[in-house]
Design a protein around this ligand. Structure first.
Ligand code: FUC
Length: 351
């Protein structure tokens, strides 16, 4: 197990540190104290070639805007909140509107723009970084001071574990995710269209024209959202289903998970033999196929383009603050928010 720390740059005099975690098989994860951003995950293909399977900007300065939320932790609330407003305990709260009238991914200065306190750790069987941050009362319009911790742990089973922990002194909506774009081809040799995605989910959430769940919870049977036996993404992207067309030919949709910590999300690239298994205790996953990746930025040495990566955002259901029939995303004062998502990397022949 190896832990390396190096300064990448400074923002307002504060050092931006890159932590590189390496396990005994040479799997390597690099992340920053800025936004807890993951900038690289090196994993073997079926021939043992170590290559990067996540999207990252070529220039650090692109992270200062980071329109696609590349690699970052998203908070206080991942996803969209309609009309940037919600009611809680009889009070109406108004949030910063950063996408039309709506609030997206934490607002103007979400957790992805925070310089987190960070401490690396290295043990016999795992290596990692613990990030912490206090989100203050009134930030972006949210109530309560929230002490947040995010821990990235790499183990010797080629698994990256992200665990989230938070306590607030007032009731507040709260659900975090990580917005890494995966591309298992390795060093973005291909886009994600030939990747296969399998999800243990019987129900998904249709979206309105602003990409916010309508409130309907729909059966996946007979729709392009039935991923229970897996689908090649290209099949879905070419579909004329109105929900697929609505979001720019692809997915940008929440799925309700049937299973937890039981191989519920599996992404596979047959050509490289790489498999990613995502397991979580979260109620759902927002699958985003990079339909609107900006074209003007350079990532991994190539110009960014549509379908260059796929996000598997494990989280509470978006816009839950407006729907009593969705599981609540309210963190009660003094209670502990605790959530874990595991990313297991495998190769097709079972090695
Ligand atoms: C996802 C999507 C959004 C947005 C963002 C960059 O979380 O739900 O539509 O494009 O990523």
């Amino acid at each position: 197990m190896k832990l390396l720390q190096e300064q990448r740059t400074k923002i307002n005099g504060q050092p931006i540190i890159a932590f590189t975690l390496t396990n005994d098989h040479g799997m390597e994860v690099t992340c920053l104290n800025y936004g807890c951003i993951i900038t690289s995950i090196l994993v073997p293909d079926k021939n043992g070639n170590m290559e990067n399977v996540v999207l990252a900007f070529d220039n650090f300065s692109s992270y200062l805007t980071n329109r696609p939320y590349l690699g970052a932790v998203i908070g206080r609330v991942a996803g969209r909140i309609k009309n940037s407003s919600f009611q809680l305990n009889g009070k109406t709260y108004t949030l910063h509107a950063n996408e039309h009238k709506n609030h997206l991914h934490g607002g103007k200065k979400g957790f992805h723009h925070v310089i987190w306190q960070a401490t690396g750790f290295s043990k016999k069987e795992e290596v990692g970084v613990r990030f912490s941050h206090r989100s203050v009362d009134g930030e972006e319009g949210y109530p309560g001071n929230v002490d947040v911790q995010v821990t990235y742990t790499l183990n010797n089973q080629n698994e990256l574990i992200i665990s989230y922990h938070a306590v607030s002194d007032q009731d507040t909506p709260f659900t975090l995710t990580n917005h890494t774009y995966f591309n298992l081809s390795g060093n973005v040799k291909r886009d994600i269209l030939q990747h296969e995605l399998k999800i243990k989910s019987d129900r998904f959430l249709p979206l309105d024209h602003e990409f916010i769940p309508t409130g309907e919870i729909k059966d996946v049977a007979g729709t392009p959202f039935d991923l229970r036996r897996g689908k090649v993404l290209k099949e879905v992207i070419d579909s004329t289903d109105p929900q697929i067309v609505l979001v720019g030919q692809g997915y940008d949709h929440p799925f309700v998970l049937n299973a937890h910590h039981d191989e519920e999300i599996v992404l596979c690239d047959r050509e490289s033999g790489r498999i990613l298994i995502v397991e979580t205790d979260e109620v759902g996953v927002v699958v985003y196929t990079g339909n609107h990746l900006p074209h003007e930025e350079k990532m991994n040495g190539v110009p960014s383009r549509k379908y260059l990566g796929i996000c598997l955002e494990t989280q509470a259901l978006p816009n839950a603050v407006h729907y009593a029939h969705f599981p609540s995303c309210i963190l009660r004062a003094g209670e502990v928010y605790s959530s874990t998502t595991k990313y297991k990397f495998r190769v097709a022949d079972g090695k």
